[in-house]
Every structure is written in C-alpha cells, then in structure tokens.
Design a protein around this ligand. Structure first.
Ligand SMILES: Nc1nc2c(ncn2[C@@H]2O[C@H](COP(=O)(O)OP(=O)(O)OP(=O)(O)O)[C@@H](O)[C@H]2O)c(=O)[nH]1
Length: 325
C-alpha cells in the first residue's frame, strides 16, 4: 500500500451558484483529477456539463450526500482509492467532490475527517463555497443549508458579479463579514478568478472538526421528466419563463439537457434564482441517447407544479413521466 495521502477538494454552494462552472475551470488546470458529483435530483445532468468526459467520474444522485445518500460517500472514496493504489500509471492526483446545491457540508467533512480508513488515505485540502452575488443574500436568510455552506468554507467565491449591482455586492459582503469574518473571499466570473488568486492547496493547518450531530431534515424536493419528442427551444423557453414567473418562491432550480429537431448536438438548459440562462451547446457524445431530460428543484413538494408540468409538456413526454421525490 502506498503511504501518500490524496488531496480532496470539496466544492459546495447553493443551487446554481457556479460549482460546476468552477469545476470545469479546475479541470482545465492540468492536474489529473477524479470527480465525485452529488446531485439532488433523480435524473443527473451535471456529468454532461463537464468539459472533460475522460476522467474518473462518479455520480451520486437522488439525494444529498449530507443525508439521504450519506452512506454512499465512503464506499465511493474507497473504490477510487483501490483503483488508484493498484494502478501503475496513477489515474488521478486529487479528488474533487461537488456537493449538491442543497447539501450541508458538515456530514461530508465528518466522513472525510473521522472515518479512519479514509482519513489515513485522503487529506482534506480545502472547502470552497460559491455564492451568486445577486441571489445569495436571500438564500442565506431563507436556507440553513446556505449558511452552513458559508460556515464550513475555507474560501468563499462570489460569482455572477457581471449580473450584480454594487448594492447587492456591498450587502452580501456585509453579511459575510458577520457570518464568516475570517474566511477569504474572492470574486469569480464564469469560473475565472483574478490571475493571482489561489484557491487550492490552502486548507488550514488546524481544522475544526464537525460535530457529528444529525441535521434537521431538508424540505427540498425534485421533479424529473424525460422528453420523448424534441421540443424546439423557443417553445421550451416560453414554457420555462412562464413557470418561473408563476412559481417565484418554490421553483429554485431548473436544469436539463435537450435535443433540437434536426440538430445533432444537445443543449444544456439552466435556470436559477428566477433567471433563465441562454442554452449552451454540448459536445456530441457517442453515448447520447437523444432523450431530453429536465430536473426541477423545489422548495418543498409541489403538487401544483407537478400537475402544471403534466399539462404544459403534454405531447412531449410519455404518460406518467413526471417523478417527484
Ligand atoms: N452570468 C454568469 N453566469 C454564470 C456565472 N457562473 C455561472 N454562471 C451560469 O450559472 C448557471 C449555473 O451555474 P452552475 O455552475 O451549473 O451552478 P451549480 O452551482 O453547479 O448548480 P447546481 O449544481 O444545480 O447547484 C449556468 O448557466 C452557468 O453558466 C457567472 O459568473 N456569471
């Protein structure tokens, strides 16, 4: 057995705050990386959004690593380590864990720092939390998970600066000065920090240990659907804009992959904090099944939204295609 400890970076931050965008940025820095992605929804999307598909990647979906699927993290890290240990040409030099946007990092850190087998093979390098400047202040008020993500961070990255005004920026900075006065803060726009900003290999020499106390249950839910028919973007855009306008408080995130009639490449669909982003084309993959899929993350179960989705996607989804959990 090798005695080297493999560094682990934990990327956290509320829904849509820019974790996957940052992950893509980190993957381009030339360090061989294995990725563990945790998605709250039943139908994973993030793996398709990674620019590098040829890396060791594990997707843990259908719940949060902090609660519903907490038990999945240790075996995943054990398997990765076994593969690493046995390989002559080491497949990775570090692991990045991207948590779901509604995860509290504490139980994840608890597993990494207290599980003896893991702690003797892995070293927690750093915990990075992304916060979208235009929406983070409200999320910090509304969601204990967002506050926990700030509390456990070694570095806070303030994202979406290009969409924020000076007042939003000042108000968020003021709040963070109270919540985490000694945690370093940097700006990041679409995954890019200032050239001299160092965000990895900076974990503290002494780390506060998680309490190990159970967390209160989440109130988040997710609805997933598969699209049988290609739905032209202008039509889908109108549907999604209307849904966001009708559910400003309970519809927290939309993401998906869709296909367009007579176009080979898929489009990534993103909405967060009531903003629908322009769709972005994805590289063509041999494994594409050309089945579109959308995930809606909600603040609590929403029968109304599930019914509405059945109505607005009528003709594009198979019967009983809407799953809420
Ligand atoms: N304008 C702008 N858009 C950004 C920025 N950072 C990320 N985005 C966009 O915001 C959307 C959400 O970004 P993601 O990186 O997927 O966010 P996430 O935190 O991984 O989302 P979840 O995994 O669902 O929690 C995407 O459409 C990104 O392209 C930014 O700094 N400025």
């Amino acid at each position: 057995m090798s005695t080297a400890k493999i560094p682990v970076i934990v990327l956290t931050g509320f829904l849509g705050s820019g974790k996957t965008t940052l992950l893509n940025r980190l993957l381009s820095d030339g360090v061989k990386t294995a990725v563990v992605i945790n998605e709250f929804g039943n139908t994973p999307v993030d793996q398709d959004l990674l620019s590098d598909q040829n890396i060791p990647m594990t997707v843990l979906s259908g719940g949060c690593l902090c609660c519903q699927i907490k038990g999945a993290l240790a075996p995943t890290l054990k398997n990765l380590w076994m593969a690493w240990d046995q390989a002559e040409d080491k497949p990775f030099e570090r692991i990045i864990i991207e948590t779901s946007g509604v995860a509290s990092p504490e139980p994840i850190l608890d597993t990494l720092l207290r599980e003896r087998w893991l702690a003797s093979r892995y070293h927690l390098d750093t915990v990075i939390t992304t916060l979208a400047i235009p929406s983070a202040l409200k999320q910090l008020v509304d969601f204990a998970e967002a506050r926990a993500q700030v509390a456990w961070a070694d570095t806070l990255l303030l994202t979406h600066a290009d969409l924020a005004d000076a007042d939003q920026h000042a108000a968020l900075n003021q709040r963070l000065q109270t919540l985490a006065p000694s945690t370093s803060r940097h700006m990041m726009t679409v995954g890019e920090c200032q050239a001299d900003t160092r965000i990895t290999n900076i974990g503290p020499a002494l780390r506060r240990l998680p309490t190990g106390n159970p967390l209160p249950a989440h109130r988040f839910a997710s609805i997933s659907l598969h699209l049988d028919q290609a739905l032209p973007w202008p039509q889908l855009e109108a549907i999604l804009q209307a849904l966001l306008a009708r559910h400003p408080l309970d519809l927290l995130r939309i993401k998906g992959v869709i296909y367009q009639p007579e176009q080979a490449e898929a489009l990534a669909i993103q909405a967060a904090a009531n903003r629908l982003y322009p769709p972005t084309p994805l590289a063509i993959r041999s494994s594409d099944d050309r089945r579109g899929r959308l995930v809606f993350i909600t603040n609590g179960y929403s029968k109304t939204l599930a019914k509405e989705l059945t109505r607005v996607f009528d003709g594009f989804i198979p019967p009983n295609a809407i799953r809420q959990h």
